[in-house]
Design a protein around this ligand. Structure first.
Ligand code: B12
Length: 323
């Protein structure tokens, strides 16, 4: 039997963990929706922890149901506001305990194929929708690493197998590159924070990995400066020294661009600068051929940009403490 939202109790009794379990929506997403859309205003315990009611949970299940049918979170919020203004009731089925026991949060990988399909159909509107939906459900780093990067790789493989044209592959890369660049510019330029220069090794034109990394650094508050593809080594070292950057991070996808990075650390050491920037590197070349890491001095930052950001926090902290 369907029940109106108002039929559910508004007594605040559930903590965040219980809400996650009952709705399949993660705590990070709940907080983001609360902040961005004022979707729910949970009560608080005396020590500040959020407490939710059956009505809050029913509303969240309704929101999730609309999103499963393909609506974006902003569209669902607009529908909710319209219904409230017009005095229309929202109906929510009571929770089925068996379905509840089986419910697992939707993994980010579920969005890779819809994004790939939208891009290979040149449907930017649908691609925007899929991306907006993932940003509503997961943290930004998760979206970059678990949705955007695999979608690009999948598109590349389709092209490699001759299943899509080079024009479609270029379109997809250009679209995602554009989205990442606008995200990068959307973050405040924190000139008071350590500068980290990010770019691609000499000869390297694969830049999406480096761009994702730069966006994540900006999101973490670093003053990340993104230089783009194919940057000459002596030039980047010069710029980093002049600008007193805390760190230089370069990306290499193929063996020859990876080997070009052997020069960076010696150049920094020979500069005679009392406090030269740290040098870190990453990218597909080093992930697939670990022997390259022995040849390039500096810090290999790992294959996952999320771990790399944490590592950088630690490296800069250790440097500040003179270790
Ligand atoms: C898009 C693309 C291009 C575009 C790039 C456009 C752009 N503006 O970036 C263009 C058309 C320019 C291109 C050119 C070429 N490409 Co291409 N390309 C791709 C494709 C389809 C996607 C690459 C991508 O963006 N992936 C998504 C990103 C996010 O993944 P990623 O780069 O691996 O990065 C992840 C990690 O490595 C890490 N990471 C990356 N950088 C860094 C840096 C740091 C500091 C850290 C911490 C982490 C990190 O984070 C990312 C997220 O997990 C791949 C297919 C594939 N399977 O990857 C082929 C691919 C990489 N290309 C390939 C080839 C061969 C080429 C060309 C040589 C083709 C040619 N004959 O001209 C040229 C080389 C150009 C050059 N000099 O660099 C091969 C590479 C094979 C190899 N082992 O070397 C691939 C694998 C295709 C294939 N199956 O053969 N390519």
């Amino acid at each position: 039997m369907r029940r109106q939202l108002e039929d559910y109790s508004d007594e605040p009794i559930y903590n965040m963990k219980a809400v996650e379990q009952q709705t399949g929506i993660s705590a990070a997403t709940l907080r983001a929706w609360e902040r961005r859309y004022l979707l729910i205003e949970p009560k608080r315990t005396p020590s500040g922890y959020r407490l939710y009611s059956d009505r809050d949970i029913a509303l969240l299940r309704w929101v999730r149901q609309q999103m499963n049918e393909g609506l974006t979170i902003s569209r669902v919020v607009a529908m909710l506001e319209a219904a409230r203004q017009n005095g229309e009731a929202i109906y929510v089925e009571p929770q089925d305990p068996v379905a509840l026991a089986r419910q697992t949060p939707q993994p980010p990988s579920d969005f890779v194929q819809p994004l790939v399909q939208a891009l290979i159909s040149l449907d930017t509107e649908r691609a925007d929708e899929v991306i907006e939906q993932t940003f509503a459900l997961y943290t930004m780093p998760t979206v970059y690493v678990e949705v955007i990067a695999p979608a690009l790789i999948e598109i590349g493989e389709l092209w490699h197998r001759g299943e899509i044209s080079i024009s479609i592959e270029h379109f997809a890369t250009t679209y995602l590159r554009g989205r990442l660049l606008s995200l990068l510019q959307a973050y405040l330029h924190r000139t008071d924070m350590p500068m980290i220069i990010v770019g691609c090794a000499p000869g390297e034109r694969h830049e999406i990995g480096a761009l994702i990394f730069a966006v994540m650094l900006r999101q973490q508050g670093f003053n990340a400066i993104y230089l783009g593809q194919d940057v000459p080594v002596d030039d980047i070292v010069q710029t980093a020294l002049q600008e007193r950057a805390a760190m230089v991070c370069l990306s290499a996808n193929n063996q020859s661009s990876a080997l070009a990075l052997r020069e960076v650390q010696p150049l920094l050491e020979r500069s005679g600068h009392p406090n030269p920037p740290l040098f870190g590197y990453g990218g597909r070349a080093f992930d697939t051929d670990p022997a390259l890491r022995q040849q390039v001095k500096g810090h290999y930052l790992g294959s996952d940009p999320r771990d790399a950001v944490n590592l950088i926090h630690n490296l800069l902290r250790a440097q500040r403490n003179g270790k």
